[in-house]
Design a binder for this molecule. Structure first.
Ligand code: HEM
Length: 407
């Protein structure tokens, strides 16, 4: 086992603040949980050699010796990765229907204590899952590594870390949201702070995925491990958590739709993907809202606090101030741009990659590990969160655009 480290990582962000730039915390679990950590640190190899499932003869541990939210978040990260590996080791056709009790019971206990669902979420995959290679050096991709990995080699690393950098790019904007400045000052500060206007950094970060993540690896190797057991044709009846519930339980898979950042900006700008918006959009809006149940409770509370605050949009409208209106519209337009670029990314990484895999032209690059089973086909039209991808993403983008204030 590696020595306990005081290396900075992301778990503290989940409790102390919404900033990923926070101070040192745990990247190793305490001694009684050494075996979990040991298995988790060899996941790609254990999955590639189809050995992970046989490891579940190990003793059942209680989560009772975990103390403090940092340790609990790290345990949730570790158990969620073990669960996804265990479940999807053989691909979508070989998924198990029962999670054994030595995994299910502690995962359930940790999840209950944190107020998180017992499945891998964005908070596990990205927010809690990073460390600096060299302490004190900048938070840049070259100086970062995930704490726990799954198959996918460098593409998996890039997918986790680029997503983290999108979150980081939004931090100055989140700070403005949390500040006590008057409404007008916040609207004026936002475009500059978020680099939302002249330099849409979040968009640059998003499209830098193309430099780090091979679409064939994403589609054939990585994606299945993020898939959940709700609205997923490969797991139509959910998953039995042995020792927890005799009935199968259904949870959506990991998705950046569970990030609090976009939810927070939407609420601030009064962009309501609400069920009332139109009848056909109602299920899509409901999906986005349901994703809030997968956020750490402090993040959910933060989004709800913005939702309850007096309407910024109303303030801008009634001010009759043209410059304020323009600043507001810059923010809305930056969010629309982000979503348009995201749709292009999704097309490349799912639709085009699926077509290539079907035509036998989607061989993952060396070093990514073998795909678990045949290329997945059941989730071709759905996201890992379970949404109907393009109908959902386009509707969210179009509602954003409608948030502009007309002159
Ligand atoms: C390979 C790259 C990516 C793919 C294939 C992808 C795919 C998807 C899909 C299919 C959805 C629909 C919800 C679901 O069912 O999961 C979604 C939603 C979302 N994704 Fe991504 N995504 C990628 C990268 C990213 C990155 C790097 C971010 C940045 C944080 C991001 C942010 C979001 C957000 C915020 C949503 C919710 C919809 C919205 O608010 O516009 N995605 N993504």
């Amino acid at each position: 086992m590696q020595p306990r480290s005081t290396e900075p990582c992301g778990a503290q962000r989940l409790t102390a603040s919404l900033s990923p730039l926070s101070t040192p915390t745990e990247t190793e679990l305490p001694a009684p949980y050494g075996l979990w950590m040991e298995i988790a640190s060899s996941l790609p190899q254990l999955i590639a050699s189809r050995q992970l499932r046989s490891l579940w003869q190990m003793p059942q541990l209680s989560a009772g010796d975990l103390s403090g939210r940092e340790e609990l978040h790290l345990a949730h990260l570790v158990l969620s990765f073990l669960t996804m590996g265990y479940l999807w080791q053989e691909g979508e056709e070989g998924a198990v229907k029962v999670l054994p009790r030595n995994l299910a019971v502690p995962f359930w206990e940790v999840s209950q204590r944190l107020g998180l669902p017992p499945i891998l979420s964005h908070a596990d995959f990205v927010l809690a899952n990073w460390k600096r290679k060299t302490p004190g050096r900048p938070l840049e991709i070259e100086n970062l590594d995930p704490i726990i990995s799954l198959p996918g080699g460098e593409s998996l690393r890039g997918f986790i870390l680029v997503t983290l950098l999108v979150e980081k790019a939004a931090v100055p904007g989140i700070k403005v949201l949390r500040s006590r400045k008057p409404a007008g000052a916040r609207v004026r500060a936002l475009p500059r702070c978020c680099h939302l206007s002249a330099q849409p950094l979040t968009v640059y970060d998003l499209i830098s995925l193309l430099d780090y993540v091979d679409p064939a690896v994403f589609y054939s190797v990585i994606r299945i491990f993020l898939s959940g057991w709700r609205d997923n044709p490969a797991m139509p009846h959910g998953l039995v958590y042995q020792g927890v519930s005799e009935e199968p339980l259904a949870y959506s898979g990991g998705s950046a739709a569970q990030s609090s950042v976009l939810h927070a900006f939407d609420e601030l700008l009064g962009i309501r993907h609400s069920a009332e918006s139109s009848e056909s959009n109602a299920p899509l809006a409901a999906f986005l809202h349901r994703m809030r149940d997968y956020m750490p409770p402090p993040h959910r509370a933060f989004v709800e606090e913005i939702q309850r605050a007096p309407s910024l949009r109303q303030h801008v409208l009634s001010s009759g101030n043209g410059k304020l209106c323009a600043a507001f519209n810059q923010c809305v337009s930056a969010l629309t741009d982000f979503r348009t670029h995201h749709i292009a990314i999704v097309t490349k990484y799912i639709t085009t990659a699926a077509a290539k895999a079907k035509a036998g032209r989607g061989e993952p690059a060396d070093g990514a590990g073998p795909p678990p089973g045949k290329p997945p086909s059941l989730l071709e039209a759905k996201g890992t969160g379970g949404s109907h991808i393009f109908r959902f993403l386009k509707s969210v983008r179009d509602t954003t655009r409608e948030g502009m204030i007309s002159a």
